[in-house]
Ligand binder design. Structure first.
Ligand code: PLP
Length: 405
């Protein structure tokens, strides 16, 4: 008789966004006239920019022609894209990353959740609290559920690093050393960034203790301040302790198109074994590559025209962030983030829980956001709004929220 992976039963509750969707559906059914504005899920609203749609059309035509048709993509991704990434995302910022250290994928969610497969199931992981839920859930599915392993005498669980108002939403170096450390900056959900000197301390700590940092830089393109690193490889010694994951989703509106990549330096090791060949093997065995046409669209993001167009989109979203920050500040809310990230992290008023504020906002302002507690216990009494709406809706939402405060 078939059995199941019982770790799935240890996953907490239903996924945050499905609970939100259910609540909004119920509310809409009871209030059919309510004009609901959604500033909850972190999905973009602006269409693909022309440089990318042009590249897509051209690549589709190539696929329809026998002479230029392409089948399976190379395991690591097309060289044209990996070269553009190495040059523009890394060399330009002084990071020494080679094209063959870049693994192209269909997005960062898959990479963030799959990367743990190349590490021992007895590894302890550390995550920020609040956190993008995928890191924890993927480790729970793999069996890192907090139980003591009597064979290896190790505790394969999750260490939560609280990110609170007191520590300005930046995690402290853990006293019990984790094997894997997930860091996401600019951060989802708090919108915080880590300055270079602070990130350097994490790199030094990881090198000193033999930990591996899994650095999620999905929101890198939203950084506006000078002294904020765009890549962990801007820190000395990161090549021997860090893997970095990036996404085209929020940079260039690829949430529906799907493209991302993971960087694994050649010399990076865990327990005396190189990680690059393991991820190459995993990639080659379980994945057949991002579509050619999407990789061509990704290449277009690195052209001068493409870059200018995506920067315009990012400026548009960050204009929304400014409207949210200023509007909520004026209305007397305590707000964080929103300067180097498309997320605004606000403290709920009158000591409401995150879900109480969710219901209150939905009912009184018909605005949907994301309860902070859904990202972890330290997110309680906080609430996330995103800058990914369109301008008109963002303005209307903030007017409504301001009125009810
Ligand atoms: N990492 C973080 C921190 C995210 O917030 C998201 C998406 O919301 C992702 C990764 C997933 O990105 P992708 O669309 O490339 O799968």
């Amino acid at each position: 008789m078939a059995t199941i992976n019982k770790n799935y039963l240890k996953l907490q509750g239903s996924y945050l966004f499905s609970t939100i969707a259910r609540k909004v559906k119920e509310y809409s059914e009871q209030h059919p006239d309510a004009e609901i504005i959604r500033l909850g899920i972190g999905d973009v609203t602006q269409p693909l920019a022309p440089a990318m749609t042009y590249a897509l059309h051209r690549a589709v035509d190539e696929m329809g022609n026998e002479k230029t048709f392409r089948g399976y993509a190379p395991d690591l991704g097309y060289e044209f894209l990996r070269r553009a990434i190495a040059e523009k995302d890394f060399k330009k910022r002084g990071c020494n990353i080679e094209p063959d250290e870049i693994f192209v994928s269909d997005g960062a969610k898959g990479d963030c959740s799959n990367i743990q497969e190349i590490f021992g199931t007895d590894n302890t992981i550390a995550v920020c609290d609040p956190v993008y839920p995928v890191y924890v859930d993927s480790n729970v599915m793999a069996g890192r559920t907090g139980e003591y392993d009597s064979v290896t005498q190790r505790f394969a669980g999750v260490i939560y690093m609280p990110c609170t108002e007191e520590n300005l939403f930046l995690p402290e170096l853990p006293s019990k050393v984790p094997d894997l450390i997930y860091l996401c900056f600019p951060n989802n959900p708090t919108g915080t960034v880590m300055k270079k000197d602070r990130l350097q301390k994490w790199v030094d700590y990881a090198n000193e203790h033999g930990s591996i940092i899994l650095f999620d830089a999905a929101y890198e393109s939203y950084i506006s301040e000078e002294d904020v690193p765009h890549s962990i490889y801007e820190c000395d010694g990161a090549r021997t302790c860090a893997i970095e994951m990036r996404s085209f989703s929020k940079t260039a509106g690829f949430t529906g198109l799907r493209l991302g990549y993971t960087v694994i330096p050649r010399e990076l090791e865990a327990g005396g074994e190189k990680l690059w060949p393991l991820w190459a093997r995993r990639h080659g065995t379980k994945y057949n590559g991002a579509p050619y046409i999407v990789q061509r669209a990704g290449e277009a993001v690195y052209t001068d025209e493409g870059r200018r167009q995506v920067e315009e989109q990012i400026a548009y979203y960050m204009g929304n962030a400014k409207i949210i920050l200023n509007g909520l500040n004026k209305a007397g809310y305590e707000v964080f983030g929103g300067v180097n990230a498309p997320y605004i992290w606000l403290k709920t008023p009158d000591d409401m829980t995150s879900w109480e504020f969710f219901d209150y906002l939905l009912d009184k302002a018909n605005v949907v956001g994301t309860p902070g507690s859904g990202f972890g216990p330290s997110g309680e009494h906080f609430f996330r709004l995103t800058a990914f709406g369109n301008r008109e809706n963002t303005i209307r939402a903030i007017e409504r929220i301001s009125k009810i405060h």
